[in-house]
Design a protein around this ligand. Structure first.
Ligand code: ADP
Length: 470
């Protein structure tokens, strides 16, 4: 279908317009050049013939005052050779010989500009349209000089330009057909060329449309390695990512609903039981304690979800901070809880300041999460060590424990949202399953790396790095 707004039709129309414009300019130039060439040629040949005739008639013209039949015959001879009407004019401007016998100008004055110029000694020329001949004619008048060099008259020649017009029309016709052929070739070529370019674009548009409708498993099949091929590859990557994020989001939303439902169901049950059943004060107290615990779990979950959303949403504000100071402060803060649980909290921090670009509240939250986990998953009698190490342009923090460790198969997944090695234990400990996901998002946002090492039954070690600033 021909749609003017499509690239294909615009390309074709543009090419055709260029061809027409170029051919028009070439035709105009060529036409003018040829016209001038042929016109000059005719003028030269008429002037030459005129000069030749002038030499012959010079002797006769001097005394010739009356029209002469012999001069007319002479003019007729010249007319046949030069294929022009030949007229001899005496000094007084009277026609004394005319190759046109019938209806000629014999005996009449010929007051034409060219003749007047010739009688003044200059060659006169003009081109004009003859209504009687219905064609353009060229007139040339040459002066006739006597033996002494004095002006004795003029020779006037008038020739049809029909031949030139025939040649020029043939050239124009040729140019016109050449233009048509060029238009056909270029038009056809541009349609094929445009189809080659726009074909893949149409495939891309259709695929993008389907992706827009939500069919993100669409892939575009464009094998070319040009810009369109690259665009297709980028579109495929984009669709793949979108697909990944969308399914992640769905998965996450399902997980969140599930995580919320558990404490909410417990809360509902507890509230209903409290309402419906008569209870002893101790039993009521127990129910209320359970209710409180479920509420705490809900609050922790909402807090972690908000934290994750904030981390995902935008840039975190970083400043130059002493990492060793921050760790010391956190250790002092949490150590009473470790002591209460019968765990030793060892700190292995350098004396001098280690500076990184970081957001103190976010880093504090990340370290708290790691220490909370160490506390949750290490049995009394064990120890937890926080150490700080330096390497080239980064600082590394290691938090190791002598807890029950993480099975090898679970290690690659523990930073995923809601991933728990032991669901029941995590819940029982008040875990939301989001602690390590928050740690990972935080360290990623700081341009660092986080990873874990563990041996089941022997303990775990969590590492993260941050770029140093000086
Ligand atoms: P949770 O709130 O369940 O602790 P996290 O994201 O903090 O969620 O941790 C994910 C899982 O990784 C935990 O459920 C736990 O199984 C495991 N885990 C994390 N830290 C430790 C640790 N120090 N020792 C043993 N297991 C750990």
């Amino acid at each position: 279908m021909f749609r003017f707004r499509s690239i294909r039709s615009r390309l074709t129309v543009t090419f055709l317009a260029i061809i027409v414009a170029v051919m028009f300019i070439i035709s105009l130039f060529l036409y003018n050049l040829l016209q001038r060439y042929y016109q000059n040629g005719l003028q030269d040949s008429l002037t030459r013939s005129g000069n030749l005739a002038a030499e012959f008639v010079a002797g006769h013209l001097r005394e010739q005052t009356d029209p002469s039949v012999s001069l007319s015959r002479f003019a007729a001879n010249f007319s046949r050779q030069s294929r022009a009407r030949v007229i001899f004019i005496n000094r007084q401007g009277i026609v004394v010989g005319d190759s046109e016998r019938i209806g000629g100008l014999l005996g009449q004055p010929l007051n034409r500009d060219e003749v007047l110029s010739a009688l003044e000694g200059r060659v006169g020329t003009s081109v004009q349209y003859s209504a009687t001949l219905r064609q353009r004619v060229m007139q040339v008048a040459v002066p006739v000089q006597g033996e002494g060099g004095d002006l004795v008259g003029a020779v006037f020649l008038s020739a049809s330009m029909q031949e030139i017009n025939v040649i020029l029309s043939a050239v124009l016709r040729f140019l016109f057909f050449t233009t048509l052929v060029a238009m056909a070739v270029v038009g056809g070529g541009s349609v094929i060329l445009a189809r080659r370019f726009t074909g893949p674009l149409e495939v891309l548009t259709a695929a993008a449309g389907r992706m827009g409708e939500g069919k993100l498993d669409q892939r575009v099949e464009v094998s070319s390695r040009d810009e369109i091929g690259q665009l297709a590859a980028q579109l495929n990557i984009m669709a793949e990512r979108l697909n990944f994020y969308t399914s992640n989001l769905k998965h996450f939303a399902a997980n969140v609903s599930h995580e919320l439902r558990t404490p909410l169901t417990s809360l509902s049950l507890l509230a209903k039981s409290l309402q419906e059943y008569e209870m002893e004060p101790e039993q009521r107290q127990e129910f209320l304690a359970d209710l409180d615990r479920e509420l705490d779990r809900l609050i922790a979950l909402v807090h972690d979800l908000l934290e994750l959303t904030r981390l995902e949403e935008g840039e975190i504000q970083r400043e130059k901070i002493a990492l060793d100071e921050l760790l010391r402060e956190i250790i002092n803060q949490v150590s009473p809880r470790f002591v209460r649980q019968g765990l030793r909290l060892i700190s292995d921090l350098p004396a001098k300041g280690v500076f990184v670009a970081g957001s103190p509240p976010h880093l504090r939250q990340a370290v708290h999460n790691l220490l909370d986990n160490a506390l949750k998953y290490t049995s009394p009698g064990g120890w937890v060590r926080v150490s700080l190490w330096l390497e080239k342009d980064k600082a590394g923090v290691k938090i190791e424990d002598t807890g029950h460790g993480i099975p090898v198969k679970d290690l690659p997944h523990i930073f995923e949202r809601f991933y728990r090695v032991d669901q029941a234990r995590s819940r029982e400990m008040g875990g939301t399953g989001l602690g390590l996901a928050i740690v990972k998002e935080t360290i990623d946002a700081h341009g660092g790396k986080v990873w874990a090492e563990s041996k089941k039954g022997q303990g775990s070690a969590f590492h993260f790095t941050l770029p140093l600033v000086y």
